[in-house]
Structures are given as structure tokens and as C-alpha cells.
Design a protein around this ligand. Structure first.
Ligand code: ADP
Length: 362
């Protein structure tokens, strides 16, 4: 079927070159599955947002017309060349008008608070913490969404045990309901290996679509698991003007903390509230109750102080947490201490939201 879809897409003209979108290499990450679901990203550099939307619509229509295709999830990695609505390197803080980003913000009108979960570097457990916090917030009665925007290593499909790819209804991508959370991952739309090669504007375009083309409905809180460091994904979130604030996850060791200090600069510059710092992998407790501070002690508390941000709590190293993550079944309910830890941190995040905005998350 992939070949037939490819042939169909080769019938879609690229008005800019007079050739077609396949010949011009605009279609990336084309995948099909046995259920007839088709996914691809359409790289449309330059041109207006309207042009990009029209080309995307034409490509979707062509793919959908292929026999056996039941649904098409396509992401336009579109951006206008001049001036760039997603902010090029010449426009890092988004001083120009951002029509596409504003559109994304409008589409999430039902979402009360958008919180970026960020880290200075990878491997500190940011995604694990984001997923478990989302489950904890949902368990506390908040309508919660989780958007895995970690383009370079989407982990939500693994963490939440989501095997299916995204479904599309009436032109909107439907989030998946899992573990009480409305969830969507870039990994459910495009092949992660493909996304790895994306350049800045494509990352921004994809994130914009995750915000605007997904039917998020009404939510009290949406956690956005962002790529490590601060880059294009964070910038798009900031430009959407929907970000209530950022929560930083770090391990206690100095090296990770140095990256946090660097990483928060963008949030600082754009006056995005840092809602707090979470210390992950804080210690390992032996069966006799002795704590081993594998990565050093109390480092994240110090950084929180330095940043003038609340310390939201420490999550110890729990082998069961890693096992649960790998098994795609987050620890929820039950009497594992991690459940209580995440519930307490979730409470503090709600309090921090109230502190930063003066409004409640309910
Ligand atoms: P990041 O999103 O920062 O790259 P991940 O969430 O993917 O990091 O976590 C990296 C690895 O560490 C995963 O295998 C995860 O299961 C494990 N992990 C994260 N936090 C903990 C923890 N508190 N206890 C045990 N394992 C953890």
C-alpha cells in the first residue's frame, strides 16, 4: 500500500516548483500499517501558512483516496520564510506576529494550564516524571493531558504502553485516553527516526500541529514533555503564549545542574515562570532503610534556591518505577511509595500554578 500512497502523493503538484511533492522530497516519514492508516510529515519551507495548509489538505486527500487507506495523519512542518511565523534564528524571542502559533493557542482554548516539563539534559527521568505526574494529577481529580513533544526521543508510547498510532476523525487527531490521562505523542504521528533529522522549523511546525490539530477538549492541566535543554520546541510553546510555566527535572549531580542553569535562561528571558524544580533519582534506599545518595545530595534544592523557584520534591530511584515504565503501566493507585511521592509533587504543582497565576487549576 505504501507504494500506492506514494504514487498518489506524486500526483500532488508543488505550486512553487511545478513538480510534485514526492519529487521535491517534501514527504517525509511515510508509513502505512495493516489497518490502512497512513502517516507522513510534509516539509513546506517558505510560503504562507495558507499555502502550507492547502498543500497539506491536498496531500491528505490524495492519500485518503487510495484504496484501502482508512485514515491519514499528516503533520505539516510548514513555516513561512519571511517573516518566519515560528521565529527563525533571527527572531529568537518572537517579536513578530505569529499567526500559526496563535492559531495553535486558539485550538487549545479549552486547556486551562499548559506546563512544560523541562530538563537541562537527557536521561534524568524527565519523561518518567512527566508521565507519572500526569497520572497523579488525574488521580487527584484534575482533567489532565500529556503531550509528548520530545521530538528526539518520544517515550510516551513506551511509558503508557500505547501501541496504536494516532487516529483521525473529522480532520482532527484524537488523543488517546490512557491511565486517566488524555495523551498524544509525536511518536504516534511520525517515525521517531525520521523526526531525529528534523531541523528547527520542522520541530516547531510539528509541535504547533500537536497543539492545533489534536482534539484536546477541555482540560485543567496539560503537561508537555519537552526535549532536553531548551530549543525550538520550548520557543514554540513560549510563543503560543499558552505556557503557564515550566517545571524543571534534574538529578542531583553537578553536571546535570550546570545544564539546568543554562537551560532556564530562555524561560527567564521570556519571563516564563519557573514553577519549581523536581529532583529525580535522589537516592536509592536499601531494604534495611539506608539511603545511598548515588548522584550526590541535595543539589536540586540548591538550584531551586538559586533560581528563586520552589523545590517541588525528590523522587528516589525505584527499580519498580523503571520496570513499570518499561512495561508501559505507570505505578498508579496501590501502595508503592512512588505513588505518594508523585501525588505530593502534583499537589505542589497545583499550588505553584495558583501562585503564578492567581487562578485555580480546577
Ligand atoms: P529523560 O526523559 O530525562 O530522557 P527517562 O524518563 O526516559 O529520561 O528516564 C531514563 C531512564 O531512567 C528510564 O529507563 C527510566 O525508566 C529510568 N528512571 C527515571 N526515573 C527513575 C527513578 N526515579 N527510579 C528508577 N528509574 C528511573
Amino acid at each position: 500500500m505504501a507504494i500506492r500512497v506514494r504514487n498518489a502523493l506524486a500526483q500532488v503538484a508543488n505550486p512553487k516548483t511545478g513538480r510534485n511533492i514526492i519529487a521535491d522530497g517534501l514527504v517525509q516519514g511515510l508509513t502505512t500499517n495493516d489497518d490502512g492508516k497512513v502517516r507522513f510529515a510534509l516539509e513546506v519551507a517558505g510560503g504562507s501558512a495558507g499555502d502550507a495548509d492547502m498543500l497539506l489538505a491536498a496531500a491528505k486527500k490524495a492519500a485518503l483516496a487510495v484504496d484501502g487507506v482508512s485514515a491519514v495523519a499528516a503533520v505539516a512542518t510548514a513555516h513561512s520564510a519571511a517573516p518566519s511565523p515560528t521565529g527563525g534564528h533571527d527572531n529568537p524571542l518572537g517579536v513578530r506576529k505569529k499567526p500559526q502559533i496563535e492559531q495553535a493557542a486558539e485550538a487549545m482554548a479549552g486547556v486551562k494550564h499548559v506546563i512544560a516539563i523541562a530538563s537541562g539534559k537527557g536521561g534524568v527521568g524527565k519523561s518518567t516524571v512527566a508521565a507519572n505526574l500526569a497520572v497523579a494529577l488525574a488521580a487527584a481529580g484534575y482533567k489532565t493531558g500529556l503531550l509528548d513533544a520530545d521530538i528526539y526521543g518520544p517515550s510516551l508510547p513506551t511509558l503508557f504502553g500505547l501501541k496504536d498510532k494516532a487516529t483521525v476523525r473529522d480532520g482532527k487527531i484524537l488523543p488517546v485516553e490512557a491511565h486517566g490521562v488524555r495523551a498524544m505523542s509525536i511518536g504516534m504521528l511520525v517515525d521517531p527516526d525520521q523526526a531525529l533529522a528534523w531541523r528547527g522549523p520542522m520541530v516547531m511546525g510539528a509541535l504547533r500541529q500537536l497543539m492545533s490539530d489534536v482534539d484536546w477538549g477541555t482540560l485543567d492541566v496539560m503537561l508537555v514533555d519537552t526535549p532536553p535543554g531548551t530549543g525550538d520546541a520550548h520557543l514554540s510553546l513560549i510563543q503560543s503564549k499558552r505556557l503557564t510555566g515550566a517545571v524543571i527535572v534534574s538529578t542531583p549531580q553537578e553536571m546535570a545542574l550546570a545544564d539546568v542553569r543554562r537551560g532556564v535562561a530562555l524561560f527567564r528571558k521570556t519571563e516564563t515562570p519557573i514553577l519549581g524544580v523536581i529532583e529525580n533519582m535522589a537516592w536509592l534506599e536499601t531494604p534495611d532503610g539506608e539511603r545511598h545518595y548515588v548522584f550526590g545530595k541535595g543539589g536540586a534544592t540548591r538550584v531551586a534556591q538559586e533560581l528563586g523557584a520552589p523545590f517541588l520534591g525528590a523522587v528516589p530511584l525505584y527499580p519498580e518505577l523503571r520496570e513499570a515504565s518499561d512495561a508501559g503501566a505507570p505505578l498508579a493507585g496501590g501502595d508503592h511509595p512512588a505513588v505518594k511521592t508523585f501525588a505530593q509533587i502534583a499537589d505542589k504543582i497545583i499550588a505553584a500554578i495558583q501562585g503564578a497565576t492567581g487562578s485555580t487549576a480546577e
